[in-house]
Design a binder for this molecule. Structure first.
Ligand SMILES: [Zn+2]
Length: 445
């Protein structure tokens, strides 16, 4: 798999340069046909692996008959299946490498690279299902095509120093933070009203910039006892089930974030546009399946985390919250500005969460030490820190997809001219990312 990683660079280089050269006789149609066959095999392969990890297949809306029908009753059955899947993935990668020598246009090149990287992640997942272990950074590289940067502890301490000047009260910073935040909890009986108003706002703004297919829709459900705070389950046919976890308090800003991240123009819009543009218009079936532990997740979470920046530029979020959501939730706005200033600073602590996951999963920190770190450097309440530990145990290095994903998306957009001075360009680039096959390392080129 590591040899393969270097091969991809070579193959991509061949594909990138091949457009101007004489090709070996393949037309784009022929290339599409071969790619479609690999794509179908990739979908079936992912579905097969999904039998061994219930979190692996996050969404599938392709043909029912592509679902596996073999029964895995013993450990030996599972091992045999994994071995045959590994060989299958190799065959597909070999075929892709062969196709890489041919002429391709831009979207085909993106498709090629996407499938190649997704298949490398499939191989990494097989390795893990067979009991293989990676370090945190190796795992995130193998599954998500990216490695989280490291910051010295001093970096976080400085931010905590600034928060220390802003937060009222006495005692530990995390205690003061959670005390301060109490005034911004949405009362339980108002959550649905507030959340729906936030979704409505995000949807209206999105529709001003991105055309969505007719009939796109979603349903909201409130659930308990989950390791996450919100989830989008894409069902196909432009429909999402959005679940909001009510185990822990939901703060007023979180309602906006969840609405944008899970709904508009986050996960729901991403999945809807992929289905419309790549599955329905082009017949690219690889997009009917979404393996959670794959580079696609970094694009998905990165774009979904970036959306606040695009839906609510500048002070728009604070304005909308104060004018619409605070009254709906029956909350006092007198300290709203202070609250949002504190939150803005807290966001800068987010990489401390990757640090915690890394040290915990690499076996360097105990669960207790990790929990203390989350409380100290992310200012989490003990309950929130416990939820995060559960998330890390379940999804492991997936945690990097949020903040690192957001930074990769943001850098791509800014580097291509999507700045605050040019909001239309920002939306245009954002839509491009949601409608084309992208890979994390590809965006950094
Ligand atoms: Zn998400």
């Amino acid at each position: 798999m590591f040899i393969r990683t270097s091969i991809i660079l070579l193959i991509t280089a061949i594909l990138f340069s091949s457009c101007s050269k004489k090709n070996s006789g393949y037309t784009n149609d022929k290339l599409d046909g071969s790619m479609n066959n690999i794509s179908e095999n990739y979908v079936k392969l992912v579905l097969k692996l999904g039998q061994l990890d219930k979190n692996y297949v996050d969404a599938y809306y392709g043909p029912k008959e592509w679902r596996p029908d073999d029964r895995l009753e013993t450990k030996a059955d599972s091992l045999n299946m994994l071995n045959s899947c590994d060989a299958w993935a190799d065959t597909l990668l070999n075929r892709l490498e062969e196709l890489g020598k041919n002429k391709a246009d831009e979207i085909q090149r993106l498709r090629y690279r996407f499938l190649y990287k997704q298949l490398l992640a499939v191989k990494a997942k097989i390795f893990m299902l067979k009991g293989g272990t990676f370090t945190f950074d190796e795992e995130s590289k193998a599954l998500y095509d990216a490695v989280s940067p490291e910051y010295p502890e001093e970096h976080y301490r400085k931010i905590l120093g600034q928060l220390n000047l802003m937060l009222p009260g006495e005692g530990s910073l995390s205690k003061r933070m959670n005390e301060f935040k109490k005034s911004f909890i949405i009362p339980k009986d108002k959550i649905d009203t507030v959340f729906k108003a936030a979704i409505e706002k995000c949807r209206t703004v999105t529709l001003r910039h991105i055309k969505l297919p007719k009939g796109e829709n979603f349903k909201v459900e409130y659930v308990k006892d989950k390791p996450w705070s919100g989830y989008n389950w894409y069902k196909g046919d432009y429909f999402s089930l959005i679940q909001v976890n009510t185990d822990l308090p939901i703060y007023i800003d979180r309602a906006i974030e969840l609405a944008a991240h899970e709904g508009y123009p986050g996960h729901h819009v991403y999945n809807t546009l992929l289905e419309e543009n790549l599955v329905k218009k082009r017949g690219w079936m690889e997009f009917t399946v979404y393996p959670l532990f794959s580079p696609q997740s970094l694009i998905s979470e990165g774009t979904a985390n970036y959306v606040i920046d695009i839906v609510f530029p500048g002070e728009e979020k604070v304005k909308f919250a104060k004018e619409v959501l605070f009254p709906l939730a029956g909350l006092d706005t007198s300290k709203a500005d202070e609250y949002f200033d504190v939150l803005k600073l807290t966001e800068k602590l987010s990489y401390a969460g990757n640090e915690a996951a890394k040290n915990y999963l690499d076996g360097k920190w105990t669960e207790g030490k990790t929990k203390n770190w989350l409380e100290k450097y992310l200012l989490m309440s003990p309950e929130r820190a416990a939820q995060r530990i559960k998330f890390i145990q379940t999804y492991r290095s997936y945690v990097i997809n949020y903040n690192l994903g957001q930074d990769i998306i943001k850098n791509f957009i800014v580097n291509h001219g999507g700045t605050d001075k040019n909001p239309e360009k920002k939306w245009e680039l954002f839509e491009y990312l949601l409608t084309t096959p992208q890979t994390p390392s590809g965006l950094k080129e």
